[in-house]
Design a protein around this ligand. Structure first.
Ligand code: G3H
Ligand code: 13P
Ligand code: ZN
Ligand code: NA
Length: 325
């Protein structure tokens, strides 16, 4: 069946790699995630956001995730490790309903609340979830950009001096921190970037590795999570723009920075936007090349291929979570 995150996080920290956390909203995304993680023998976290529950129905998503365990075995992965995780839970009630409903992990995102309220809410979720062996991710610090439908007015890095108190008092199993990543396909404005003198391409500002190091010093060996970690690969943006799309200045976190992060206590890296880009690239390219197509399997099939390649690339070349089952 589905598993929680405890064991895989321990292995990831000890081994200097990170578990991929991929959001899913539909069948093709799930098929691509399971195909890539099974072929590469990687543990995987399937994330469901509030928006995903609204779009796809939580009952369907839950049975898809349970079916995914069987599907992985059919693909030759004899001992799959698949987590069904609530992404950005916004209240105790939402988290409780997911725990009751068979999720193996939940996030309670109290990062926009005053500190003491975040502690109280996270603790309440942990006390409930742990009765059912469901692991809980908390968050400290505010990411720039769009978080579900809440736009953070003011982002700020995680304050390392708060993390020990937060982890102790809440009992959470992992902590999402803010070190300069953000959600979506437009993570930095051109003004925030510099230009590579040779290529003329935009170079995003580096992540705050000093904050990550300070957090690790306070909480040695404690599982750390990075949200907003899509890289916005140029190849998909180019395909989209060459086939009727319009995404100027889309920009993400360079993969090199994420690779570096996996060597630390960062043991979960969240990626959603890159999958959306791969999907859209596959659909647009197929539609443009074949105006006569009207069977969704034709263009969704291509989208699925692109996403499978993307997930496998992430696992092997960024997360380093391949051959860990
Ligand atoms: O945190 C944001 C994730 O990318 C989920 O996005 O709320 O649009 O499904 P969503
Ligand atoms: P991206 O938008 O960078 O893919 O981040 C996804 C995320 O953090 C989901 O919680
Ligand atoms: Zn997130
Ligand atoms: Na790691």
């Amino acid at each position: 069946g589905l598993v929680n995150t405890r064991e895989m996080f321990k292995r990831a920290i000890d081994g200097g790699w990170a578990v991929p956390a991929f959001n899913f909203n539909n069948l093709e995304q799930l098929q691509a995630i399971i195909t890539a993680s099974s072929q590469t023998k990687s543990p995987v976290i399937l994330q469901v956001s509030k928006g995903a529950r609204k779009y796809a129905n939580q009952t369907l998503l839950r049975y898809l995730a349970e079916g995914a365990v069987e599907y992985a075995k059919e693909l030759g992965c004899n001992h799959p490790e698949i987590v069904l995780h609530l992404d950005h839970g916004d209240s105790f009630e939402t988290c409780k309903s997911c725990v009751d409903f068979g999720f193996s992990s939940v996030m309670i995102d109290g990062s926009s609340l005053p500190y003491e309220e975040n502690v109280a809410l996270t603790k309440k979720v942990v006390e409930y979830a742990h009765q059912f062996d469901v692991t809980v991710e908390g968050e400290l610090g505010v990411l720039a950009g769009v978080e579900d439908d809440v736009v953070a007015e003011e982002s700020h890095y995680t304050r390392p001096e708060e993390v020990v108190d937060f982890a102790k008092r809440t009992g959470c199993d992992s902590l999402a921190i803010s070190i300069g990543t953000s959600h979506g396909a437009y993570k930095f404005t051109p003004e925030q970037c510099t230009r590579d003198p040779k290529t003329g391409k935009l170079v995003p500002p580096p992540l705050a590795f000093d904050v990550l190091e300070a957090v690790e010093k306070e909480l040695p060996g404690f599982p750390i999570v990075l949200h907003g970690s899509s890289s916005v690969p140029e190849k998909y943006v180019e395909i989209i723009n060459a086939n009727g799309g319009n995404m100027p200045n889309a920009i993400g976190i360079p993969e090199e920075q994420l690779r570096k992060a996996t060597k630390s206590a960062v043991c979960k890296i969240n990626i959603d936007s890159d999958s959306r880009l791969a999907f859209t690239a596959g659909v647009r390219e197929t539609m443009k090349a074949h105006p006569e197509y009207f069977d969704p399997r034709q263009y969704c099939g291509k989208a699925r291929e692109y996403m499978t390649d993307l997930y496998a690339e992430k696992i092997k070349n960024v997360l380093g979570s391949d051959n860990k089952l």
